[in-house]
Design a protein around this ligand. Structure first.
Ligand code: ADP
Length: 548
């Protein structure tokens, strides 16, 4: 059971009282519709991925009632969003915009300031505004999921792919805002966006890119979804992972559907890690690898079976390397230490030539490498679900590893390192030692590109075990500082750690944060939009003990 009886009443926004809050909510209800503003006064239910809460973080890593909304509001249009923003400027209450709030592992729907008003854009704003088959692009509202866009493209019979992350229930727009990744050649979601419409913190409306120029007769600009870097400063970037605006429309490029072949390669030893990374680098830089491959530690093969840890191991200690290897022996890929998942694209002749080069590179660098295609493994093996994701079909398979522990929750620790074996080793050893120190199994998945790699280290914990949650928080805090000391910084973080991560990006006396604060104060003088997001606090909150 994930519903806990509520311990406290409504968590009010800062600097207000119940009477003022109730008046303000009535006012907002009058503007947006009574049924579209809900006060968060019921028991908190963690739900599950497809039915997740908008009131708090379903994957809470502190007390379930710590990072909670006072109310959730459901706008139906850009005008509604402007109305909400103007209301927030009058009341001073902090807003926290989400598209769908399925950013699980990074904070879900939770507002950074307890008692903030969650603006749930996805509930009523979920139109696919356009799919342009010739331009291979689309324009969506915040509530459009990967599943929804996929189904619509299928229904229209268009030869286009979407690019989905590991789980298909998220919002295209929300995931791109947090710079999430997918696994086709269009996997860099932020890079593949093209044009957006933004409500600024003062209620003003902005269109970026070519969208800043009106099309003929009041139409949208005809190249809004074709060219990102229109004229003048490229401002789109300041809206991602920030609190400078609420995005109500976003364009994306879509990949033309193509022939493809997924595969995986296993490597026998933990210590092959450096050689694997050094082999990927030139293959990726030369664009012989078709996508950004995933390199997964073998423990992920165990967890993605959906079986619990207790079926492989007794006791609560982390599994040892020997136990993991031994358990992997009974799985379809056989005993090994790392698994590389890749996909090649294009005509079969091209794919075959590329695969020959890739196989030769890994076989000569790492003796004992073994190569598999989907036909080599049973239907329920992860490679089949990988093949779908890498060909633009959304799935939910990756949820399976939450069964690892009872009441399984997860957060992700996601540092960036150079694609170089020696750096990869230093990072890996820091994380390994930290996980061992705090008694957690280490779930490593690396997205290895030609020059950098995203090291995604998942921490799986029991949400009902407060002590374990404290340990997980300490683990992340230590890793942030230890990684920063070596120059490895997080590309994205759970909102609880945003201040600490922001403090590690401190070259030249926090020049970057001072720049962000200058923008924040200019754009949001009343400090109403997502205070604390990415460690950026508006003036009225700064230095008052909000930073964690
Ligand atoms: P998803 O459901 O795709 O995982 P979320 O809706 O959880 O994505 O969005 C991730 C984060 O990005 C949110 O917590 C929020 O900080 C930011 N965000 C999402 N959508 C918007 C938006 N439309 N405007 C501004 N920020 C947004």
């Amino acid at each position: 059971p994930t519903t806990q009886p509520r311990k406290h009443g409504v968590r009010l926004p800062p600097d207000t009282n119940t009477e003022l809050f109730e008046l303000a909510i009535k006012d907002l209800q009058a503007k947006i519709g009574a049924e579209n503003v809900e006060v968060n006064d019921k028991d908190l239910d963690d739900g599950w991925y497809m039915d997740h809460p908008k009131t708090h973080d379903a994957m809470h890593i502190t007390d379930q009632e710590e990072l909670v909304a006072s109310a959730v509001v459901y706008p139906s249009s850009t005008e509604d969003v402007q109305t909400i923003v103007r209301w927030a400027n009058e009341t001073g209450y902090p807003l926290y915009p989400i598209s769908l709030g399925r950013n699980l592992g990074y904070g879900g729907s939770a507002p950074r300031v307890p008692g903030g008003i969650v603006v749930d854009l996805g509930k009523r704003m979920h139109k696919i505004l356009n799919i342009d088959g010739d331009n291979a692009s689309c324009v969506v509202e915040p509530g459009v999921t990967y599943f929804r866009l996929y189904e619509e493209i299928q229904a229209r019979g268009l030869p286009l792919w979407i690019d989905t992350p590991d789980l298909g229930g998220g919002s295209l727009l929300g995931n791109a805002m947090d710079r999430g990744v997918g696994y086709t050649p269009y996997g860099d979601h932020w890079a593949m966006h093209c044009g957006m419409e933004v409500v600024l913190p003062n209620g003003e409306l902005l269109r970026t890119g070519m969208g800043a120029m009106p099309g003929p007769d009041g139409a949208d600009n005809p190249t809004w979804q074709s060219f990102q870097n229109a004229f003048g400063p490229q401002v789109d970037g300041i809206f991602s992972q920030s609190n400078f605006g609420i995005v109500t429309k976003m364009g994306f490029h879509l990949m033309p559907a193509t022939n493809n072949q997924s595969y995986c390669i296993t490597f026998p030893d933990d210590d092959d890690f450096e050689a694997i990374v050094d082999t990927i680098r030139p293959l990726a830089q030369q664009r012989i690898l078709g996508n950004i491959p995933q390199l997964r530690h073998i423990i992920q093969e165990l967890s993605v079976t959906g079986r619990s840890k207790s079926s492989f191991h007794s006791g609560s200690k982390p599994m040892t390397r020997e136990e993991i290897r031994a358990a992997s022996g009974s799985l379809p890929l056989g005993e090994c230490s790392w698994v590389f998942y890749g996909t090649q694209y294009g005509p079969p002749e091209t794919i075959n030539q590329q695969l020959a080069i890739i196989k030769a590179a890994f076989s000569s660098a790492i003796p004992g490498s073994r190569f598999f295609v989907p036909e080599d493994v049973p239907q329920d093996h992860y490679l089949h679900s990988r093949a779908k994701v890498c060909a633009g079909t959304p799935v939910l398979r990756e949820l399976d590893w939450l069964n690892w522990l009872p009441n399984g929750g997860h957060i992700a620790f996601s540092p960036i390192a150079p694609t170089r074996g020696s750096d990869a080793r230093v990072l890996h050893e820091i994380l390994k030692a930290a996980y061992a120190r705090h008694g957690f199994d280490m779930f490593s998945t690396l997205c290895v590109a030609g020059r950098e790699m995203h090291y995604i280290a998942e921490i799986v914990y029991d949400r009902s075990d407060e002590k374990m949650k404290h340990r997980a928080v300490r683990l992340v805090r230590e890793m942030i500082d230890e990684c920063a000391a070596k120059g490895f910084g997080e590309y994205r973080t759970h909102l609880l750690f945003a201040d600490q991560v922001a403090r590690t990006y401190n070259w030249n006396n926090q020049a970057l944060m001072r720049f962000n604060e200058t923008l924040k104060d200019a754009l949001d003088p009343n400090g109403i939009l997502a205070p604390g997001r990415s460690g950026i606090w508006p003036q009225k909150y700064r230095g008052k003990g909000w930073e964690l």
